[in-house]
Ligand binder design. Structure first.
Ligand SMILES: [Zn+2]
Length: 500
């Protein structure tokens, strides 16, 4: 039985790009000679002139540095894990530093990849092929910014700090309120009244004293976002409002930073990842919903543990992106219906027409996001055209939808009850988009259905979801209720809306 040897990136050119090789050897010295024989070019890098361990190389046997054992005489047994780690990565390859290290042979000062404490703390990470010593080093050198120390930010921060992400920035201008505690696990009862970034920093440092927590006790704005985000490798979005979501998205696109996104409401969670060049939040949701149409967690309620669930998903995705392993949730939106215990995945694509990450962007700097979200473009503008594309061939003009409804098609309104309560199309049934995953069980697949929302965004998402589920007779009302009203088609006004 051979031993398994980890080959670091700078040496992989000699091992046909293999990250791991296996070899038969009775000791570390044996192993180095066997590798030198087998891989020309590698020998001069891993063997000193005298056949001893060269000063620039650390050899780890089952995570313990060989010099602290019996150096090149350290015995190896079948199944042992060996890692070759050049101590001066990047600086010594073939240069004068390399020669100096050779000459010093063992006496040269070495900065180990990980300290003994780190080897112990992160041992379960290091055992993973996808992490290993170098991966853990990468995490320790990484900088992650978390937007909001609230429900999502709490869970993500706890796991990223525990994982050894070296620098964690937290932006939040809020103070801890007792009503936060049922889901914001970074804050404890005795923190009530304290700035959230302060209590976050204290608890994260308790979890892992090695982590540097940078507190930004302020709200993210168009004035500070570029400066703050530029300092980090990756952003985790835990914001709870649409202006901040669009702001964070745009700043990340402009700065080329990966963004790990999630949102939660009631029993429903969403998560996805935006990687530079592969689509953004605006590709997925071209326009914000009308103000007040989607309740906040304060209004709509939220099941506390759902925040934990979605935020740890964010932490996992962040670690994957930082390490460059696995398939990040880029181009996929995960929907979790906690009440039904069901997951869905929607595919989404970068939109070449996207105003910020598309082929001909029209947004080149940060804008006024309160204004953008307070005054959503009704029809014919930015959001609307993208929706029609998202719904593909399944969009209907208001006139056609009206005629089909006359012939028996069912109208399904996916807005929230408050919106539906004010004005609606006569006969339209209310199924808020958040409860669609559950409601679809009761839907008749042979019934022709036309989905309606205010401007045709949420309903396009509903149609896409159901088409994926095999519903062949579902359509989207293009332009939504706004388009319907523009055509002067009949509506039912339930309450008097004042001020209009
Ligand atoms: Zn985009």
């Amino acid at each position: 039985m051979p031993v398994r040897v980890y080959i670091p990136t700078p040496y992989r050119q000699y091992t046909a790009k293999n990250a791991h090789v296996e070899a038969e050897a009775a000791s570390v010295g044996d192993l180095l000679r066997a590798l030198a024989d087998r891989f020309p070019g590698l020998g001069e890098r891993i063997l000193g002139a005298d056949g001893k361990l060269p000063g620039h190389l650390n050899v780890y046997v089952n995570q313990v540095e060989a010099r602290s054992l019996q150096a090149e005489a350290t015995p190896l047994a079948a199944g042992d894990e060996v890692a070759l780690i050049p101590a001066m990565a990047g600086g010594g390859e073939g240069g004068p530093g390399d020669a100096a290290a050779h000459a010093a042979n063992g006496a040269a000062p070495r900065r180990p990849i990980l300290t003994r404490d780190q080897l112990e703390r992160y041992s379960r990470h290091i055992r993973l092929d996808e992490v290993g010593l170098m991966g853990q080093r990468k995490l320790l050198d990484s900088r992650v910014l978390i937007i909001g120390a609230g429900a999502l930010g709490s869970g993500a921060a706890v796991y990223l700090a525990a994982a050894g992400v070296g620098t964690i920035g937290i932006v939040d201008g809020d103070r801890v309120d007792v009503s936060n505690l049922h889901r914001q696990i970074l804050h404890f009862t005795h923190d009530v009244g304290r700035p959230k970034v302060q209590s976050a920093r204290r608890h994260l440092e308790d979890i892992n004293p090695e982590v540097r927590v940078q507190a930004h006790p302020q709200w993210l704005t168009s004035d500070n976002a570029m400066r703050i985000i530029a300092d980090y490798d990756l952003v985790v979005n835990g914001s709870d409002n649409f202006p901040t979501r669009y702001l964070v998205n745009d700043a990340c696109v402009l700065l080329g930073k990966p963004l790990v996104d999630a949102s939660i409401l009631k029993w429903e969670g969403q998560a996805t990842v935006f990687l530079p060049g592969r689509g953004c939040y605006r590709c997925l949701f071209p326009a914000p919903p009308p103000p007040g149409s989607v309740p906040s967690c304060a209004e709509g309620g939220i099941i506390g543990a759902l925040a934990g669930h979605m935020s740890t998903l964010q932490a996992i995705e962040a670690v994957k992106v930082l390490l460059g392993v696995g398939d990040p949730l880029s181009g996929r939106l995960v929907l979790f219906d906690a009440l039904a215990g069901e997951y869905q995945q929607l595919r989404w694509k970068r939109n070449p027409e996207c105003p910020i990450c598309g082929d001909h962007p029209t947004i080149h700097g940060l804008i006024d996001y309160e204004g953008f979200c307070g005054v959503p473009g009704p029809s014919g503008e930015d959001g609307h055209g993208d929706t029609a594309e998202a719904a593909g061939a399944f969009g209907l003009s208001p006139r056609e939808a009206y005629e089909r409804a006359q012939r028996g098609a069912l109208l399904v309104d996916v807005r929230e009850p408050g919106e539906y309560g004010r004005v609606r199309i006569p006969g339209a049934e209310l199924v808020p988009v958040g409860s669609l995953v559950r409601a679809r069980e009761q839907m008749d697949r042979d019934q022709e259905m036309i989905f309606v929302c205010r401007i045709g965004e949420r309903s396009a998402l509903a149609v896409e979801l159901l088409r994926r589920e095999g519903f062949a007779k579902v359509y989207n009302l293009e332009g939504g209720l706004v388009g319907w009203l523009n055509e002067r088609l009949p509506v039912e006004e339930v309450e008097e809306v004042t001020g209009r």
